[in-house]
Design a protein around this ligand. Structure first.
Ligand code: PLP
Length: 372
């Protein structure tokens, strides 16, 4: 079935007891055992499994074309679960331009725990090859990347990782399965902050890991999900399923709006640079056009005049909201370097935009008056 159909139907079934068309929210934390001590319906305790979460996980796996999925209470919990499949002494390679929280989690939690990490420009194949070690077990990809919107060729990186005996996992938060399926390009796993476009309404924090095979890697992730316990609530799973039903339509509209906004800004005299892979002069445009079916709703802009001018422009915006995060129906804008804090390499004049579903004319008018 096609993606639009899967987004609505995959994972759920008509409730046998009531005929309810919408997936029920099962709040029960525990499930009755049979007289012989078994669990005939497959559920025993809510941390291990829950029918609403199971429905969501089936939908996530179907959308990414994976064999299995595990839902988490945040994107960061999903990232941590993947890192916890590794052992102290293992080595991983991560992109330098990446969601800053990953760098922080690696530096503050997993490096002290014994994981070795090398940060590189993941768009540079020679740098990737040079960073490989016998202990390299994981190559992390984030494409498009946060906040510079760099594009990494997933198939090529997965091939290099596999040749070195490592797995390749891709953070697909910006693209979503509507625009990009990393598993189909050879990645072994996909990670999402479902907080963002997947849910789309700025009202849950969630994460997910989807694996190409239900093998050793996924079984380790599943063990972390149960034994570390960062699971989403049944209500959040239900909200996310509802959000996903409209994901294909939303991503189309986010992409159309972002293209218009990015094109407008690219021609503006007060703009130094626009980072949006849909623009023909973006360095990753051709690869993005090959591995994505659209360019998404995220764009960054560097304004002339440095940090002060960036803050001045943002302060004048009326339709865009000054806030972190992304992927909701409302357009958000943020000064990324100050959110990332000390150690950030993001340019001081860069503003990251999550382009929402408002009318693009209103977004452009808002930017126009703010930049004047
Ligand atoms: N990956 C990307 C690309 C993100 O933008 C974020 C959050 O901003 C995360 C992962 C982390 O997700 P969460 O905030 O749900 O823990």
């Amino acid at each position: 079935m096609k993606l639009e159909t899967l987004a609505i139907h995959a994972g759920k079934h008509i409730d046998a007891e009531t005929g309810a068309v919408t997936q029920p929210i099962h709040m029960s934390t525990t499930f009755e055992r049979a007289e012989d001590g078994s669990y005939p319906l497959g559920y025993s305790y809510g941390r291990g499994n829950n029918p609403t979460r199971a429905a969501l996980e089936r939908r996530l796996a179907a959308l990414e074309g994976g064999a299995a999925a595990a839902a988490f209470s945040s994107g960061t919990a999903a990232i941590s679960a993947i890192l916890q499949t590794l052992a102290p002494g293992d080595h991983m390679i991560a992109p330098r331009d990446i969601y800053y929280g990953v760098i922080r989690t690696l530096r503050e939690v997993f490096t002290p725990w014994g994981l070795q990490v090398t940060f590189i420009d993941m768009t540079d194949e020679a740098a990737l090859k040079a960073a490989l070690r016998p202990q390299t077990k994981l190559v992390w990809v984030e494409t498009p990347s946060n906040p510079l919107m760099r594009i990494t060729p997933i198939a090529r990186v997965a091939e290099i990782a596999h040749a070195a005996g490592a797995l390749c996992v891709c953070d697909n938060t910006f693209a979503t399965p509507v625009l990009q399926n990393p598993l189909r390009h050879g990645a072994d796993g996909v990670m999402h902050s479902t907080t963002k476009f997947m849910n789309g309404h700025t009202d849950i924090i969630g994460g997910a890991v989807i694996a190409r095979e239900n093998g050793e890697f996924f079984q380790k992730v599943k063990k972390v999900q149960t034994n570390v316990g960062a699971i989403p609530s049944p209500f959040d799973c239900w909200l996310l399923m509802r959000g996903i039903a409209t994901l294909p339509l939303r991503m189309k509209a986010h992409g159309e709006n972002a293209m218009r906004v990015a094109s407008y800004l690219a021609a503006h005299p007060k703009v130094e640079a626009v980072h949006y892979p849909g623009l023909r002069d973006h360095p990753g445009h051709d690869i993005a056009a090959e591995q994505m079916s659209g360019f998404g709703g995220m764009a960054s802009v560097q304004v002339k005049g440095g940090r002060d001018e960036a803050f001045r422009a943002v302060a004048r915006l009326r339709v865009f909201t000054r806030a972190t995060s992304l992927g909701g129906v409302e357009s958000l804008i943020e000064h990324r370097a100050s959110v990332e804090g000390p150690g950030s390499t993001t340019p001081e004049n860069l503003l990251r935009m999550s382009i929402g579903l408002e009318n693009a004319d209103d977004l452009i008018d808002d930017l126009k008056q703010a930049l004047e």
